[in-house]
Design a protein around this ligand. Structure first.
Ligand SMILES: [Zn+2]
Ligand SMILES: [Zn+2]
Length: 318
């Protein structure tokens, strides 16, 4: 049974979303949800969320429609922050494979046109890695949950990151990166194979650079959570030059309404994808298109926003 408070919130929430969630959201930005959930204590809010989620599932089942994606995910347990031999093996091994592909491409540069193609390919890889990580981040922030096949761990990790963003700064590098380098290593091995078979210079340069930058994005992300005083001078210089995502740019993603500035490589694509406002962004258009075509709505449309709010770091808690 729902408590009175839960019934009131559910009724209010559903009423405010009529006639369709897609159009109503445009009129009611997510920050309204933040204000609505700020009042209850954490314990109460969690049980309230579970009641609301159960009730929504019942209503969805009764209406014969697919249930909305659940917002509850399996959060990280005790974080193991140290790099192990296995973590290092995946990161160094994957990097070696990508470097070998890049070297193969560069070894076949024979003239100005090849050199220009290699330079353009590297630049394109830098930009497209920014775009690719932005869409991936948007996807895991908004769709599926901790039980989703293949991506469940990433989805849970990203949501856990929103609650405890300091953890990423405490991870050792290979611990932070191996979840990306491990699957990428298999692609890297395939790319090295295509390089050995005589792939064009631009493909060797583009594919190896793109894959490496996508893998490294999680480290660029970690650096964007650190203070300048904690970073090597070269990283600060790259951030200041706009070549790596900055603390200020990424910090905006961790503030309500949590649905902009998804990129975690350079931030170059953020203005293009975010548009003038979250309600008219490329992400919102995609969310509406996916909802219309498959009936799958992003977590952000319904997720109680306290689960995205940053918790207090334990050692600084009162
Ligand atoms: Zn996020
Ligand atoms: Zn972050």
């Amino acid at each position: 049974m729902l408590t009175t408070a839960a019934q009131a919130r559910l009724a209010g929430g559903l009423a405010s979303r009529q006639p369709t969630p897609a159009t109503s959201r445009a009129a009611a930005p997510r920050r309204l949800h933040v204000a609505a959930v700020a009042a209850p204590a954490k314990e109460e809010a969690l049980s309230l969320s579970q009641e609301l989620e159960a009730e929504r599932q019942r209503r969805a089942a009764a209406a014969g429609s697919a249930p909305r994606p659940t917002g509850r995910v399996v959060l990280e347990s005790e974080d193991e922050l140290k790099s192990t031999f296995e973590h290092r093996a995946w990161v160094y091994g994957g990097t070696a494979l990508m470097a070998a592909t890049l070297a193969q491409g560069l070894a076949h540069v024979s003239g100005p046109s090849d050199a220009a193609a290699a330079g353009a390919a590297a630049l394109a890889a830098y930009f497209l890695a920014d775009v690719g990580t932005a869409f991936y981040h948007w996807g895991v922030d908004n769709y599926g949950d901790g039980n989703t096949p293949v991506f469940g761990g990433q989805i849970a990790a990203f949501q856990g990151h929103h609650q405890r963003p300091w953890t990423i700064t405490e991870r050792e590098v290979c611990n932070n990166l191996f979840p990306l380098f491990r699957p990428a290593s298999f692609f890297a091995a395939g790319l090295l194979g295509t390089a050995a078979l005589g792939a064009p210079v631009w493909w060797d340069v583009w594919s190896s650079s793109f894959l490496f930058l996508c893998c490294m994005s999680q480290q660029f992300h970690a650096w964007s959570h650190m203070k300048k005083s904690e970073l090597p001078a070269a990283v600060v210089a790259l951030q200041d030059a706009g070549l790596l995502i900055s603390r200020k740019d990424h910090g905006a993603h961790h503030k309500a309404p949590f649905n902009e500035k998804y990129s975690i490589v350079s931030g170059w694509c953020n203005p293009l994808l975010d548009g003038d406002s979250p309600e008219t962004s490329v992400y919102m258009r995609l969310e509406k298109w996916i909802a219309a075509k498959w009936g799958i709505e992003p977590r952000g449309w319904y997720e109680p926003d306290y689960s995205w709010q940053e918790q207090q770091r334990p050692e600084t808690a009162a």
